[in-house]
Design a protein around this ligand. Structure first.
Ligand code: CA
Length: 376
């Protein structure tokens, strides 16, 4: 299965009739398409800053090595590329790019063997996976605005759980602790005592404030407390995790297996690697094994509506010890007219695709309208 062509492009979201000529950062999905034996495998890169930097690295530095390589040498190809480019820095652009390549190669292998990826990974423990609605932007709302936003998503999507996110200004900490607590209380009142809730601080607290907020969340029955302190302060994250009874989670900003291991070593008991940042399908399976070895909860972060979401579900299907629902982020429907059968909410669950590879069908005409090529 020789690779014959590698394409890198953005798929822009929004009203297709009003799309600007140039893609704006944050409104597109970064896609790699790898061709072999008349088939195409699709992968998605980390969307940070639109994913443009990762696509440029694929086009300039990875594509020449991919052309002519055998798809079934997948693991060797990916490790060779990582170590070739490691001095660009393994955390970020390069690993986001490799995640896309890895997902595309798995999609190709599944299509070649006419099997869904989860079958190639060892089989599914479940094919319907409960999801939680991840609802962001609450730093900018008042209490009433938070409640109305959560209520609308609850009605529209009927999730199995809800996570409220703050998305405040980066680098600004402990800005409105009392306000944050008031919003957490109001959401608990809205959903009732038994509905599963999670609280994502988006790295906005000092250690002391995190512990104070965490104690309130314990009283309110929240089931996890996500990224209470800056992600790069692994020791502080571990200290908060070890001092609270509520499960403290982190890991969406880890780009290597080694950084996930360091987070676990710090004392964090639930990790959230993201398939489009951290090694693709192969990397996420390695994280699952690492978590299994340490008795740590494995609950991937996942904000992408189509390729990333489908790839994540294939991995989650294979995890024996699933403890929390899968993430479904805001605006998941932005993929619906292009990735026409992308997983969508269905009675509190997402259904794992069962077609070959990722199991995604693409409307080629719509893809062409939304596509902007990125070159190296
Ligand atoms: Ca988060």
């Amino acid at each position: 299965m020789k690779i014959t062509k590698v394409e890198t492009f953005l798929v822009r979201w929004g009203d297709v009739a009003r799309l600007p000529t140039e893609a704006a950062s944050g409104t597109a999905t970064a896609v790699v398409a790898i061709h072999a034996d008349g088939m195409v495998g699709y992968g998605e890169a980390s969307p940070m800053q639109g994913g443009v930097a990762s696509l440029a690295v694929i086009a300039r530095d990875m594509a020449p090595a991919l052309i002519g390589a055998d798809v079934l040498d997948h693991a060797v190809i990916v490790d060779r590329l990582l170590h070739k480019l490691i001095k660009l820095g393994p955390d970020g652009i390069v690993t986001g790019a490799l995640a896309a390549v890895d997902i595309a190669l798995w999609d190709l292998k599944g299509k070649a063997f006419r099997q869904p990826i989860h079958k190639l990974l060892g089989g599914a423990w479940r094919t319907r996976i409960p999801f939680y609605a991840s609802i962001g932007g609450h730093a900018a709302r008042d209490v009433d605005g938070v409640v109305k936003t959560v209520e609308a998503r609850l009605k529209a999507e009927q999730p199995s759980a809800i996570k409220i996110r703050w998305d405040g200004a980066r680098g600004e900490i402990d800005r409105d602790i009392a306000g944050d607590i008031a919003k957490a209380r109001a959401v608990r009142r809205l959903v009732g005592d038994d509905f599963p809730l999670a609280f994502d601080a988006n790295n906005r607290y000092s250690i002391g404030a995190a512990i104070r907020v965490g104690r309130v969340l314990e009283d309110l029955g929240y089931i996890w407390f996500e990224e209470p302190v800056e992600y790069y302060h692994f020791k502080a994250m571990g200290q908060v995790a070890q001092r609270l009874d509520i499960t403290v989670s982190a890991g969406e900003q880890c780009y290597t297996l080694q950084s996930v291991a360091a987070l676990i070593d710090s004392g964090v008991r639930m990790v959230q690697p993201d398939i489009v940042k951290m090694g693709g399908v192969t990397g996420l399976m390695q994280c699952a094994a690492l978590c299994h070895a340490h008795g740590v909860e494995f609950v991937p972060h996942q904000t992408q509506p189509s390729i990333g979401n489908a790839a994540n579900l294939h991995v989650l299907a294979t995890v024996m010890h699933a403890t929390k629902p899968a993430e479904l982020a805001d605006d998941w429907a932005r993929a619906a007219d292009t990735f026409i059968d992308a997983p969508r909410p269905d009675a509190g669950c997402l259904v794992v695709p069962d077609g070959p590879g990722l199991g995604l069908a693409i409307d080629d005409a719509m893809l062409a309208r939304r596509r902007v090529d990125v070159r190296g």
